[in-house]
Write a protein of this length. Structure first.
Length: 378
């Protein structure tokens, strides 16, 4: 197939701007300053955007520390990254996987005394010290050593024999709400717990945490979302460059009379003579079934926001194009679901979710194009 045939064959198009990813990385690094390392969270295939294409761009921008969730992600990332890049597994080692992890030179984030014991046992078997990140639970109750676990490590430091702690980290639950009291409370808990552990680098902030200010940066920050253009400051304008454009295409249009139903469950009834377009992307492509109420724009007519109506189907959505008047809408015409006039956050809000879930839900059927705009601007 020719490139054009491949485009034509797809129901929808996903365009990822790698220059914007690089620009976002550099902006965050500038914000935290030269004394702080800027790692990247690249789990879930770089939030659905494709680690094989995105990670090399981050490495070219200077990133050398990468966080994934699982061993499987770590193993495939190891084939992408350069030798001197560190790969950390946020979920830590699943029982029995420690050797595989070590052979691939992956570094576990140790979240429990059980994970620590298993990692240490491997270090003893191999008669070599093994690196690990220690995660402490500073108040989110998700991953990490509890305060009691940390107290035990402080009392029995031999539990860390054979383990080289390279980072002590924790994760903020409410960083996207800057005024939330949990942020300060978690920072204080982190400071208290960290003081009981070996003296090494510390890390607390992901994307939103970076924007809380220098008190949250410590020695290493771990942004994911902001790199991919998701707004890390939901209450303010998005400071990041948009990375994703998502387009579906018109399959057909029809004119319906007032009182006519659209879609499964007849949940939309036209109250005027309406021109309806059926687009070729649906919930199998990650457009939430709750996205009726979202708005799209017909490419070339970006000034008119067009509502998604009725229920989202597996392979299609319906859009009310009446407000375009008698503009010609040709079969195959592209429509922006996410684009310069239809931000990711708007689609997320209309779908009753967040940009993170919209990106990670994007299906496999889109034709993907990677472009590289100038990282410096434009
Ligand atoms: C996902 C994740 C990150 C990145 O979070 P963003 O909000 O996407 O920047 C950082 N740290 C941990 C522990 C995570 O799970």
């Amino acid at each position: 197939m020719t490139p054009q045939e491949r485009l034509d064959a797809a129901g929808g198009w996903l365009t990822v701007d790698l220059g914007a990813v690089a620009a976002n990385y550099r902006m965050l690094r500038q914000m935290v300053g030269p004394g702080v390392r800027t790692a990247a969270a690249v789990k879930a295939d770089c939030y659905g955007l494709g680690a094989a294409r995105v990670v090399p761009v981050l490495e070219a921008a200077g990133c050398r520390n990468f966080f994934v969730a699982t061993l499987e992600e770590g193993l495939s990332l190891r084939r992408i990254t350069g030798h001197d890049s560190a790969i950390f597994l946020l979920n830590g080692p699943m029982p029995g996987t420690e050797s595989l992890l070590q052979q691939a030179r992956l570094i576990p984030v140790v979240n429990s005394l059980e994970q620590l014991a298993a990692w240490r046992a491997l270090a003893f078997r191999l008669e070599t010290p093994l690196s690990a990140v220690l995660q402490v639970d500073s108040g989110m109750s998700r991953f990490g050593l509890s305060a009691a676990d940390v107290a035990r490590l402080a009392a029995e430091p031999e539990l860390l024999d054979g383990v080289q702690v390279v980072l002590v980290m924790s994760h903020l639950a409410c960083a996207d709400e800057p005024a939330h009291p949990a942020n300060r409370a978690q920072r204080e808990a982190f400071l208290r717990l960290r003081a009981l552990l070996p003296d090494t680098l510390g890390s607390l902030a992901a994307s939103s945490g970076i924007f809380l200010g220098a008190d949250w940066h410590f020695d290493l920050v771990r942004p994911g979302a902001a790199l991919y253009g998701i707004n890390p400051t939901p209450d303010a304008d998005n400071p990041m460059r948009p990375v994703v454009r998502l387009q579906a295409r018109v399959v057909q249009t029809r004119v319906i009379e007032p009182g006519t139903a659209v879609g499964y469950g007849a949940r939309f009834i036209a109250n005027r003579t309406s021109r309806i377009a059926t687009l070729s992307a649906g919930y199998a492509d990650g457009i939430s079934r709750h996205a009726s109420g979202a708005h799209v724009v017909l490419c070339g007519y970006e000034h008119t926001r067009l509502p998604v109506i009725g229920r989202v189907s597996m392979d299609s959505i319906a859009v009310d194009m009446t407000d375009l008047g008698d503009v010609e809408i040709a079969p195959g015409a592209p429509v922006d679901l996410i684009g310069p006039h239809t931000p990711l956050e708007a689609l997320a809000t209309a779908s009753d979710t967040i940009g993170y879930e919209v990106l990670t839900a994007l299906g496999q059927r889109y034709h993907r194009t990677y472009i590289a705009t100038d990282p410096a601007g434009g």
